[in-house]
Structure formats: structure tokens, C-alpha cells
Design a protein around this ligand. Sequence first.
Ligand code: COA
Ligand code: AMP
Length: 634
Amino acid sequence: MQTSDGSSQYAATYAAWQADPERYWAAAARRIDWDRVPQRIFDPASGPYGRWFPDARLNTCHNAVDRHVAAGRGAQPAIIWDSPMTGRVETLSYAALLDRVSRLAGALAARGVGAGDRVVLYMPMVAEAAIGMLACARLGAVHSVVFGGFAAAELAARIADAKPKVILAASCGLEPGRVVAYKPLLDAAIALSPHKPNAVLVLQREQAVAELLAGRDEDWLAAEVTAAPAACVSVAATDPLYILYTSGTTGKPKGVVRDNGGHAVALRNSMAMLYGIEPGEVMFTASDVGWVVGHSYIIYAPLLTGATTVLFEGKPVGTPDAGTFWRVCAQHGVKAMFTAPTAIRAIKRDDPDGRLLSQHDLSKLEALFLAGERCDPPTAEWCAAMLGKPVIDHWWQTETGWAISGNFRGLGLFPARFGSGGKASPGYDVAALDEAGQRLPPGQSGTLAIHLPLPPGCLPTLWQADDRFRESYTETYPGWYNTSDAGVVDADGYVSVMSRTDDIINVAGHRLSTGAMEEVLAGHPDVAECAVVGIKDSLKGQVPLGLVVLKSGVAKGDAAICKELVGLVRERIGPVAAFKDARVVARLPKTRSGKILRATLRKIADGEDYVVPPTIDDASILADVEGALRGIVR
Ligand code: COA
Ligand code: AMP
């Protein structure tokens, strides 16, 4: 199953793209309804590296909703909301989705939202998250969804940067064993942000009904049902559809911009080519609307395709058990599923022999896709053996919006190699570069980079920050986009992604900045110096570990300070940081030029052999660090 050979079809498609990229993307653009069909495919002169479909116009919501109703799919399920957290399963047809989205768009318009205005969403996994995003798209407004596991300060930073006219939020999210009241977090965030929204629409959930602030807050559903439906607004293909903030190396998140035209073309193309999903078929992506995977493959790509998407409010284990994903696949006739390796590791831990898996009829499921972090081969092998179906690792980033590399069901699969994220997607020229920016020979490890221009669907720039875009991505290796991932491209074109080259860590498939955590630790009054590194974790892939040096004369005990530090990170960044371990050391190992030796710290924490770096200032510090980290390996 894992080895059906689509190598030649893949090679032919990749070669066709290489030979004439504009022709390739012009053909892909035919799957989209345009108000003004693109005459020009790519303009190299605008934006930091060029813009796709510069003269075209369209509406993304029309393409994701209206056109399917017009084509006779009104009665077909668009969204199946499956929520083991509440015990409810609800189906929204395309016709019902159109009604709700156009009314909510009307409600937003009545509150002053027009094309180009921003709307922030702070939502759990409910259908209204999708309805809110699509309502913005309908008006040509720009949505920015903030993941529910972030704390008030992180939400405030995003509100301050995006400057939304309106905020859409739910009263609460549901985590196993606790109700997370969103409204107090939102109120605190608005208080912290220098920018204030004109209005807040609150989706009241029965698990924690929120108090509404007179003059600012309104009941979402009441506003929606009383609104006049709004029509789709035609926008330029290059106009922004959304901003999604993602961790950078500093505490200030990067506002990744997605445009309307390139996004619609690339995502629709990827559904057929990568996932093998056609109109009317069912896709289940177990992620969160707050992440790029949720934006692309819970919401936009399935709906742009006229497929059915499953929006799942639950966890891979414990809601109620490790068979929950397989139950969802069987119950809803899922053809392709997508999740993060960490979810599979959790399922494997609880159901190692696949006892729960075997209770479900998975005959309709054709493949499982994994991304978000490196997939260790034992996890992929276990999963493939249990399912007896292809398990496809594919590599991408918030910035790219869809897979840089993968394996392609629509082209017939080529043989999988576990540990590799597949071959470059047509649209991407991927290489491992040396420090001078030269392409390395096959098999040699370097920084993975994509030759410019990036394909449609990738970020054209950062929100109101072209210079930061250039500094972050294109200045180090002129002519290339720097992925900040390290890895190898082998002689057959298989790409293996090994680690990040920057201070980003990946915790349970969530991308986090160690720099942001260091900023929080450094703000503690007793901390003189600190470092946060990502160390190995058998479930979450990586978890953060904080090392702190205290100011001299601190009277408080180390344990009390560490507890305060853990609390501070949870309060400032949020529970999703999973920052649970801080340790006090006498000094941090540094180079003679003062750079903290993070790689050495990581190796010590992971219990790996390490070479004492020749540039180290004082090697005797390492013994102290080893003592502090003894027995930490997970
Ligand atoms: N709102 C509020 N809090 C949230 C949240 C949300 N939307 N999502 C997570 N959290 C909280 C959790 O409750 C947990 O809090 P705790 O410290 O009080 O337990 C913390 O953030 C860490 O959450 P999580 O990373 O989900 O870890 P977990 O231990 O609860 O669960 C897994 C472990 C493996 C089951 C879980 O990480 C998982 O489902 N991973 C899949 C990841 C994924 O889909 N990634 C998307 C990229 S494709
Ligand atoms: P995010 O922007 O949250 O999607 O995180 C992107 C980062 O996750 C990438 O830069 C990689 O470091 C990592 N990543 C995503 N998918 C994979 C994969 N299939 N293999 C290895 N690393 C991955």
C-alpha cells in the first residue's frame, strides 16, 4: 500500500511546472471563479518578491460557499461539527452555511466593517469560527484568528497590531476537565491593547455564559439572525484575506499575510493533487482553527473544493478515548485525515495494539496525512501498520500555507520513506544551502530554502512590515526564501527536515518562540539571566526548559522562584506554551563573545554526548549545568 508507484506522474507534473510556472498556475487558476479572470499570472516587480494574479478580482467566500449552492450542492454537508466535548454532532449544509455567513456578514457590515478592515476572532472549535472567517471574506475584510490557548497579553499584542474594527469571540472554550472562560481573557486583552474595537460579538455557550459590556458587547446570534444578508464584495486577488500571527524569534509575533487569489488557487489545487479530495468527499483535519493547518485544511481548502469538512472539538485521547479519531472517520465517511504526529503518539501510547482502532469501519479512509513537526519513523510505521493505508508526512509552515513537500495522492503515490517529508511540491524549488547560500550536493545537510518566487498561497509579505519580511526570510540568502529549517535533499529528491535553525520550538505541533519565553523569565525581579531551550519529549516532540541565573542576594528559595516562573509564562503566553520546568544554575555556558551555548544545553538536557565547544568561555560551568539537569530526559 505504501509503495504504489506514482513517481513518473509526479516527475512529469513537477517538470511541467519547472518548464513554465506561469502556464502551470494559469491552468490551476481555472478551478476558481473570478470576477475578473487573471490576464497576468505573475508580476515580479511588486511586493518584496513579486505578486500572483496582479490584475484579477474574485471573492473567496463566493468560491467557498455561494458557487457550490449555485451548482446544486446546497443540501450537501459543508461542515460537520463533531464535539465529544459536548456530546453533540451537527451538520451544516452548504445552503445553511450560505445563510449564516451572509447574515453574519450583514451584521458585521452594520457595525462598520468593510473591505480591508480587520476583524479578530478568538474562538474555540465551533462552526461559528468558520462562519466568522467566511463572513469577513465575504466583505473583503481581513480576519485574524487567535488560538484559544494564548493568554490575554498575547491576544492583546495581536489586537494592537491588527487594529480590528470588530472582535468575534465565544464565551468559552472547552478543555478536558475545565471550561476556559474566554471573555475575561478578552476583556483583559482589550484593556491592555492601545487599540480598542468598536464592537464585540460574543457567541454565548451554555458552559460559561459571559457578561456583556453595555455599549461594546453584543450577543452574536441575536446580531446574526436580525441582520440583512450581505452580498460578496469583489476584491483584488492581491488583497489580504487574513493575517495569522506566528512565533518569530523575538517576543513580537509575525503577522503572516495571505492574499485572496493565490490562496484560493493554491489550496484548491492542493486538494486534488496532494490529498486526492474532490467535491462531495469528506476531509477530517484534527487541528485547531487558530493554526495554519486549521485555516487551510479545516476551513478553506475543503470548502473551496465543495467537499465536506469535519470540525472536531476534542482531543486525540481522553475524549472519551484513543479511538475517537477513528470513530469520527467511520461515522462521517472520511476519505482523508490530517493531524500532527504528536496526536498519533498519544493514540499509540493509549492504544498500542490498535484495539480501539479495530472497532471502527475505516474502509472509506484512504490515507492519513501528518505535518506540523518532524514525524519520527516509529510513529509513522506504527500508524501505517495499524491502518494498512498510506501514512503521508508532508512539510510546511504557517508562512507557506500549504505543503512545501509531500507525497501526492492525485498523482499516484511514489514510494514513501519514513523520516522524510516527501518530495518538493510542484511550485517549490527546494534546496539545502551552505552558509554561503550555495546549493549543497544531494544528501548534505544545510539550511532548507525555497528559490524565489514563492508559489501562490504563500505569504506575499508580513502585515505592514515588508522590511521585517526581507530581514526574516530573504536577506540571508539572496534569491531564496529561508525556511529556518535544517535538513537534507537526497539524490532522489526526498526532503528530510531535521530541526529549526532559529529559536523556534515545536511543542505538540504548536510553534512557539523560546525568545518570547525568555522575555517573560527575564522580567522576573529575581532573575539575572536566562535561557529557554526545547528539549526532547516522547509525547510532545519538544517541551521548553528554562534555565535561570538568579541575582545575587536573592533570599527566596529556588523552588519557589521556579514555581513563579512557570506561573508567569502560563499567565503571559498561555497554557499552550507547556512551560512546566525551570531550573536554577550558577552560570550559563557562553562563548567568549557572550553567546549562550543553547545547542550544548539541549544536548545535556537530552542526555546526549556533546563535545565541549572550543569557543566556550569557561568549561567548568558545564558540570554545574549537568548537575541541575540530571535525570531530566523524557
Ligand atoms: N484553549 C485553552 N487552552 C488550551 C487550548 C485552547 N484552545 N488548547 C490547549 N490548551 C491548553 C491545554 O488544556 C493544556 O493545559 P494544561 O497545561 O492545563 O493541561 C495546555 O494548553 C497544553 O495543551 P496541549 O498541547 O493540547 O497538551 P495536552 O497535554 O493537553 O494534550 C496532546 C496533548 C498530544 C493530546 C495534544 O497536544 C494534541 O492534541 N496535539 C495535537 C496538536 C495539533 O493538532 N496541532 C496542530 C498542528 S497540525
Ligand atoms: P507552523 O508554522 O506552526 O506550521 O510550524 C512550521 C514548522 O514546523 C516548520 O518550519 C518545521 O520546523 C515544522 N514542521 C512542520 N511540518 C513538518 C514536517 N512534516 N517535518 C518536519 N518538520 C515539520
